[in-house]
Design a binder for this molecule. Sequence first.
Ligand code: PNS
Length: 175
Amino acid sequence: MNADAAGITGTGRAPGPVLIPGSFDPIHLGHIDVVDQALELFGEVVVGVLYNPEKQSGMFTPDERADLVAASLPGRPGVSVRTFSGLAVQAAADAGAAFIVKGVRNAEDFLIEHQMALTNHSVTGIRTVLVPCAADRGFISSRYIREIASRGERISHLVAEPVAAALAARFSGSS
Ligand code: PNS
């Protein structure tokens, strides 16, 4: 299929937004790099905070995560944030997304994302674009941020300021 038949415009950009799905509990500098790469490639990005309504888990609620995503991505008119329950393919359809975009930090991420990409394509035909995380951010993970912040150590070099403030408030007992 050529680019025109695929609906890709002369600018090389996808028609409509792309979806970046994730837990974002919380969003960190690695995620922000992936959003910026997707913005550069596709021009319009929906960041989807995915959650399972049957499993109340995580540090922040889905709405808190979405608020922190928005607060961590100022000055990017092509970016919007939504929460979604259910499957990534349903979120992509709800968002009118042309593609799913995911960041890949390492070989382990690649194996997981490769399987998810092929599974999601088999379900609805949606394609996933994998982008490499920035070399200096590929070690960052939300799980370790939660663990380190909960023990009072510094995480401000790993997250945007609103997330550092939210974590500090959470663990000082004022939120
Ligand atoms: O930030 P995470 O935890 O790596 O995000 C993983 C997420 C939420 C994107 C992934 O688990 C996902 O897509 N979950 C939604 C459920 C789903 O679509 N499952 C089928 C995957 S093939």
